[in-house]
Design a protein. Structure first.
Length: 134
């Protein structure tokens, strides 16, 4: 079983794999920008109350993040915070990015998200179907 967290009224293990790309898939995430991006994302997570377990940049044009969060935080809020704050700060700190990207947007507006659990979908279905009925 995964790492269980204890809240005031619940026990939870909520994890997400989130992927998003740069606008137009421009390869702007060089090693210097990648290093700063990881610092920013880590700080955002701490400030907003969730945990980043892993971060990696792929092919200089997309980001993979493994997030563990409390149940009250929606995935849309988490993504909005990660992309919004990092995009704004990176564009400000690295003005050379705007030469490849116009309209002041670093990130593509869409993202991919997948929940990560310690138990497979089939195991959960079997557990539910195997419950005794009165």
């Amino acid at each position: 079983m995964g790492k269980l967290h204890h809240g005031r009224t619940c026990v939870y293990n909520v994890n997400y794999h989130i992927v998003w790309s740069t606008k137009y898939r421009r390869k702007v995430l060089n090693s210097k920008i990648e290093k700063r991006l990881k610092e920013i994302l880590t700080k955002v997570a701490i400030d907003k109350g969730f945990e980043i377990v892993e971060i990696e940049v792929g092919l200089k044009d997309h980001v993979h993040v493994f997030v563990s969060a409390i149940p009250k935080l929606s995935i849309s809020y988490i993504v909005k915070m990660l992309k919004g704050i990092s995009g704004r700060l990176l564009m400000k700190e690295f003005p050379e990015i705007s030469q490849l990207l116009w309209k002041g947007e670093l990130w593509n507006p869409s993202y991919y998200v997948e929940t990560i659990g310690s138990i497979s979908e089939e195991a959960i279905k079997k557990y539910i179907n195997d419950q005794e009925k009165e």
